[in-house]
Write a protein that binds this ligand. Structure first.
Ligand SMILES: *Cc1c(COP(=O)(O)O)cnc(C)c1O
Length: 656
């Protein structure tokens, strides 16, 4: 055990040599800053390039700022103050969490991909604003291209020449992308109802409001197009009047209250999501004005959405004529990394359609989205379970492969480039399968009223601000994502190398955890409560012989104290970083609760409503350092064993 407070801990444990993936070596600045020379060269090169660009704009303009020889005291004073503050900032930042280190197993963040970091740094001084092409002549197209790159990764149509091409854009993060999904779903479902209310009878509209609200997404889009074509065919004198009539009936015009008050056959719709859904869904329904009551959280099995529970809810809603706006499947849960059965959600929708109930299917893949690269061949086709599985011990479970394969048939997806895309904050993304629905979100209503204007796909989305929840936003961020996807195309041979390394690390981690459970059986009961679907591994622990849940939680919280950042202490005192989460029994369900407590030797819940567990996000590609033949995973478990002994000794449960 370390005696000096500055002891850096045991050296990471030796591991059997494995093949080293040299293609990953230039991807990051690196745990040791190995690629400092490369990044420095890039930054200096492109800063100089930027300066030349400024000087060559109108070289005949003389410099309005005095050059070096004539610096005034005010200048020097400013410079001194700036330097002082920057030095203080730089010093303070040394307390940051060392995300880049393979000793960091905490939250959903790791090192930054060099192409993205360099692209962002090089773009910053140009300061493009992707709200529109006026303010971002270069990067707004890149953002639209990013949408197509992601669409291809997901299996959506991605050829902008095709009418039913997908569309995607960046957001500040997954939270806003999820909100955008809600907005689009509501617009799409409410539009046919507005057409009915406006009395556009020539269009062969659904017979009543219920069926209008329950058109499939594809049928709503087809109706939108018929409407656009019909309007274009009207005499010019009538067109504006028809536009105004339809506009006046739209939910975007009337607001939720006015819209549903005008359609007593419809109640406000609900949103169905698993209990594991991220709290951004709660924010989303509040922001949309639906309210928390309309977010119905469905039970899970092993923390994956229970398809039977979904089926039951849908049957009830169909019977009670309660509209459903959207069903959310989570692809890579925030807490446990579990993957919902996207295919089963789509199958449930097919059956609900027979009952007259239809809704959008959105996949919240903020965390797991980039894992789709493992399933995508270079030619864009889906890889078979055998092809994917050849690179792993257990991954992918058949359910996981089926979920990724089903992405292509969903309506929209959230993906976070700032999570498994290894890019700087804030970069989330929203992608919808058929871009034509986006016209309904346009702030300038003309887009709803013209099928043909503006003429082409790229031109239309150059006024990005029309469609997105945000206004001004970072073009540098779009450049970072775009360049990264160009350097590492989103298929298994390129970008897929990263998730491959980390899913393998997760498999090694789980195997190590199970061996650890055997080795430490005299001290602790340890289980991995849910077989990991991806690269997040949780562990539940209980000191051997302990029957109190309260004491078990205190024990795990005690372990976590040594795994979390503490700004009061020198960073180097930390040996490893991990995180905790808790399994709430009401969300976990009786069967899983009983299974897990039993495996831990805990008889009763002790009045506690949750079990605290350790959570490890395995994102760092160097967890198994093949270069030096060491394993930070083994090092972590050695550390954990020491911490456990210390905690148990302190309790007097084990002789010190
Ligand atoms: C992280 C996460 C979000 C929220 O994304 P932000 O980028 O933090 O806004 C939503 N859903 C899931 C599943 C997530 O993991």
């Amino acid at each position: 055990m370390p005696t000096s407070p500055f002891h850096a801990g045991d050296a990471p444990a030796a591991c059997a040599p494995a093949a080293h993936d040299y293609a990953l070596d230039a991807c990051f600045l690196g745990p040791y800053g190995e690629n400092d020379g490369l990044l420095e060269k890039l930054v200096v090169e492109f800063l100089r390039d930027h300066v030349y660009w400024r000087r060559n704009f109108h070289p005949e303009d003389p410099p309005p700022i005095a050059t070096a020889a004539a610096r005034q005291p005010d200048y020097l004073d400013f410079e001194a103050r700036m330097r002082r503050e920057l030095h203080q900032l730089s010093a303070a930042l040394k307390k940051s969490v060392p995300f880049h280190s393979p000793r960091y197993l905490g939250h959903m963040v790791s090192d930054l991909l060099l192409p993205g970091l360099a692209a962002q740094m090089l773009t910053l001084p140009y300061n493009p604003n992707n709200v529109s092409e006026d303010a971002a002549p270069v990067t707004v197209d890149m953002e639209v291209q990013v949408g197509l790159q992601l669409a291809r990764m997901l299996g959506y149509p991605h050829d902008p020449q095709q009418p039913a091409c997908a569309f995607g854009h960046l957001t500040s993060g997954g939270t806003v992308a999820n909100y955008q999904a809600l907005r689009l779903a509501l617009a799409l479902k409410a539009f046919p109802v507005a057409l009915r209310a406006a009395g556009v009878v020539e269009l062969d509209l659904p017979p009543d409001d219920w069926s209008a609200f329950n058109l499939s997404g594809a049928a709503s889009i087809a109706l939108l197009q018929r409407w656009q074509a019909w309007l274009a065919a009207q005499p010019a004198a009538d067109r504006a009047a028809w536009q105004a009539r339809v506009e006046a009936e739209r939910v975007e015009q009337r607001g939720l209250h006015g819209f549903f008050a005008a359609h007593p056959q419809l109640r406000e719709p609900c949103v169905l999501a698993p209990v594991t859904a991220h709290y951004s869904w709660s924010k989303g329904v509040k922001l949309l004005g639906l309210g928390r009551d309309q977010l119905q959280l469905l039970p899970t099995r092993g923390m994956r959405l229970d398809p039977e529970a979904l089926e039951t809810a849908l049957t009830r809603h169909a019977r009670e004529r309660r509209p459903v706006l959207m069903a959310v499947a989570v692809l890579g849960g925030t807490e446990y990394g579990t993957v919902d059965p996207v295919d089963a959600v789509l199958a449930a929708r097919l059956r609900a359609r027979a009952l007259g109930l239809d809704f959008c299917v959105h996949v919240d893949a903020a965390w797991g989205g980039y894992l789709a690269t493992l399933f995508r061949a270079e030619d864009g086709s889906l890889r078979t379970p055998a092809q994917v599985g050849a690179e792993f011990a257990r991954f992918p479970a058949p359910e996981v492969h089926a979920a990724f394969a089903a992405l292509a048939d969903t309506d929209s997806v959230t993906v976070d480039p700032h999570k498994l895309g290894y890019l700087p904050y804030g970069a989330g993304a929203f992608v919808c399968r058929d871009h034509r629905a986006m016209a309904l979100l346009a702030e300038r209503a003309d887009y709803v009223f013209h099928s043909d204007a503006p003429p082409d796909y790229l031109a239309r989305y150059r006024s990005l601000g029309q469609y997105i929840p945000e206004g001004s936003k970072s073009g540098a961020s779009a450049a970072a994502v775009y360049v990264t996807h160009k350097v590492l195309p989103l298929d298994h041979r390129h970008f897929g190398r990263l998730p491959r390394a980390t899913v393998r690390a997760a498999e090694a981690f789980q195997a190590r955890a199970l061996r650890f459970a055997d080795e430490q059986a005299a001290q602790v009961r340890l289980i991995v409560p849910f077989a990991p679907d991806s690269n997040l591994v949780c562990m539940a622990l209980n000191p051997a012989g302990n029957g109190s849940l309260r004491a078990a939680n205190a024990f795990v919280n005690g372990l976590h104290d040594s795994l979390r950042s503490d700004p009061q202490q020198p960073l180097q005192l930390k040996e490893f970083f991990g995180s905790v989460t808790s399994l709430r029994f009401d969300l976990l369900g009786a069967a899983d609760t009983a299974r897990i407590l039993d495996a831990l030797g805990l008889a009763a819940t002790d009045g506690e409503d949750r079990l605290v567990i350790l959570r490890h996000t395995l994102m760092n590609p160097y967890l198994i350092d093949t270069q030096n033949g060491i394993s930070y995973i083994d090092g972590y478990f050695a550390f954990l064993a020491r911490q456990m002994r210390m905690l148990l000794a302190r309790r007097g449960q084990v002789a010190a």
